[in-house]
Structure formats: C-alpha cells, structure tokens
Design a protein around this ligand. Sequence first.
Ligand code: PLP
Length: 487
Amino acid sequence: MIQNPTSEIKFSNGLNIPVELHKVRMVQKLFLKPVDERLAAIEKGGFNTFQLNTLDIFLDMLTDSGTNAMSDNQIASMLRADDAYAGSQSFYRMEQAVRDVFGKHWVLPVHQGRAAENIISQAFIKKGDAIPMNYHFTTTKAHMELNGGEVLEIYTEEALKIKSDVLFKGNIDINKLNDVIAKYGKEHVPFIRLEASTNLIGGQPFSIQNMREVKKVADKHGIIIVLDASLIGENAYFIKKREEEFKNASIADILLTMCSLSDIVYFSSRKVSSTRGGGICTNSEELFMKMRDLVVLFEGFTTYGGMSVREIEAMAIGLYETTDETVISQSPSFIEYAVNELDKSGIPVVTPAGALGCHIDAMGFLPHVPQAEYPAGALAAALYIVSGIRGMERGTISSVRDDKGNDVLADVELLRLAFPRRVFTLSQTMFVVDRVQWLFKNRELIGGLKFTEEPAVLRFFNGRLTPTSNWPEKLIAKFKADFGGSL
Ligand SMILES: *Cc1c(COP(=O)(O)O)cnc(C)c1O
C-alpha cells in the first residue's frame, strides 16, 4: 500500500496547506440558507445544535461519529454481505480484520461504541468501584455510573491547558494512578481505562511510553487495562509524528503495540472505521466469556451484535484502512491547518492540534459570558447563525447536575468543530476559519443561554435553551451590515 501522508507533500512556493489525497466521486449538495432562516432554525431547535435539521446546515461539523466518508472499497464490500442471523461470512471477515489490525483473538460485535461501554460496565463494575482514566467520555461516564462506579480522571497538569506545546496531553499521571489504587484498594479498581485521542479535552493523544508506565502499575496490582480505541488511528498517527521511538514505525505496528499493552480493546466503528457499529476484543477467553452473554442479551447474536451485515463488511475494510497513513493523516492535517490559522489570529484554540476536530476555548473567546450561562453552547449557536456551520458544545451543557441539582461547571468549555475524515475540502475549511475570525471580532455581541427544558440524562442531546437577552438579533444586524447580504 502506498503511504504518503499529506504532510509530506510540499509546495515550491512555500505554501503550507494540506492536500486532499482522494478524489470526490459521489457528492451531496449543500445549502446555505439566509441568516434570518438560520436564526429561525436554531430557535426552533432550542439553541441546541443537536436539534437542527441538516437541510438547515451548510457545513456539518457536529461530529465525526458516523459521518466520515467511506472509501470505494468499503462501499464495494457491502454488496457481498452474507445475510445470515448466525455464522455470517461477513462477521468472520470482520473478526479477521480485528485480529489483524488490533491483534486480539476474541471479538464481540456491538451496535455502537456506547453499547460496548454498557457491556463492559455491566460485566466488570460493581457498586463502590472506582475507574481511573485519562479523561471521561460522556457515554462512558453515564454507563459506569449507572452500574455504581465512580469515574476518576487522573490526567496530567497540562491536559486542561488550552495553549500548550506538550505533545501528549492525553497521558495518565502515574503518581495519581498509584494514589487511586492505594486509596480504593485494587479490589475496587476493576480496570484502568485509557481513551485514545482523548475526545473531550481536544482529541489529545497519549504516548506509548505512558501506556507502558500505566501497564507496569496495572501488572503490579493485577488490574486490567481497557482501551477505548474509538480514535486509535489518529492517536497512532500522533505517536508516529511525536514520539521519537516510533518515527519510522508503520501505523499498523503502532496500533498493534497499543493494543498489546491493553487487555480489552473496544471501539466505536462510527469513528474508527468510518462506518456504523462497534466492537470489543481481547486475547483472554476468560474476559471474553464474562461479556459474551451480555452481547446476546443487549445487542443481538454474537455474529452481528445489532449491526447489519453490510455495515459489518464495510467495518472490516475500514479497520484495514485505519492502518493506512494517507487515510489516517487526512483529518489531523486539516485540523492542524485550521488550528494554526485561528491561533495566528489570536483566537483561543486548543493546541497542539489534536484529532477529531478543532476545539475553540469558549471561555477565552467569550470572557464576558459567565460559565453558568454556557459560553460553549452560546458560541455554537452564534457560529451557526453567522455561517450555517454546525459545531458541538463540549462544556457544562455536556455535563450533569450534582445530587443537589446544582450545575457542575465543566473543566473546559469547548466549541468543537469536527473534521470528519475526507468530507470537507480546503476552501470549506477556509470558510470556517473566516467565519470564526469574524465572530471573534464581534464577540462582544454574543450573550449567554439558559435551559428551558432539561432532560435528566445526557441533557446535551435533547435539552432546549434560550438566549439570556436578544443578542442573536444584534449579531445578525452586524452580520448583514458587514457582509452586505444575508449569506
Ligand atoms: C464516540 C465515542 C464513544 C461512543 O461511541 P458511539 O458509537 O457514539 O456510541 C465512546 N468513546 C469515545 C472516545 C468516543 O469518541
């Protein structure tokens, strides 16, 4: 396979831009609606970008989940799917792909990443347990707490700093790990969870060196390591780019090394293989047996796990493509371009550039909006209004209230602009940068939000909010004056 990542292609005039290493062969038409219609759409959606209809969206940067572009080979593979409830050839091809790419023999299919979290939480967590991890993910935490577990984030001091040049902000703090085990006792630590390309703190990777140190501690106490591999390809790419020991290693070898340091690996195929579905794998038959029957109960038979056979076929090909540096480098190189452009204009953005998306620091962007008025949610709504770009709030709205009903202010308030793999072009990326720059110049016009309807569980999905003043109208007036129109 030819592997020439974007970053290695140079321009003779010194231009430093990423190049798309694929051609577009199937397209979807986009619409950019006038700004007044965009305001009406976000009002209808309760100022929550999850509630928008894609017909009202120009560039959908909500997530990379299930939105990465599939390859020709993935689409082709779907035609040979073997329809069978049990024993489908499609499953065996996917199982082989997991064995080849992750080096794990025992494979369980599930319908998506959070389903794996449900199975693992039910199988291993009991009331009073503590689960140390580099950082939580929304669905992970919800499932662990549902089973009586407590999530303990033991990130390094650098992890939550917006501006940084530390290359592995996703690392676990080993001293904190030792402290947690001493405090709770190893019998109350069912596993240590490592999340590749730590999603909620800006898609930041951990290093193999850190994994080895975690493994040493885990082995000493007989605790297993569970790896959330949803964004493992990008983490492996950063290891190759940033960890000296691996600069000449292939992505395939780095993936195998990461998995060999983990006892259970689970993933959302919506991310890692640009399809749908998910999986859990391990080399321990004993661990596999603890989870197998839960898959039958919650997901479906063990050769489809809630997925269609077509998805399973595409997943197998997608897993192999995760080892291709040209595929895996695409999203990080576009993110790096956007992050650098925003950083150059003084916009507070998480650095170094990570995986999955460009993360804007909403508290730095909107210092006049109190955190209790959800600056990241407000910024997401404002950006949508002025551009038709849909981002995702990753801040206090994405957390939950405490026992007393008080808001738990998030460690960081981020507006995430996801770059699904191979979906957006460079000119679209430049449009994103331009609109964020315009918004930054006019940031004092943006105000806060408050809840009008608040679900008890994962409220960020279906919650409804409203502006704390008529700031959207003022923002639109300035927009029309500056752009001389309504697009
Ligand atoms: C998306 C994601 C999940 C959940 O996966 P779904 O397929 O959306 O259920 C879990 N962990 C991480 C790190 C993720 O990014």
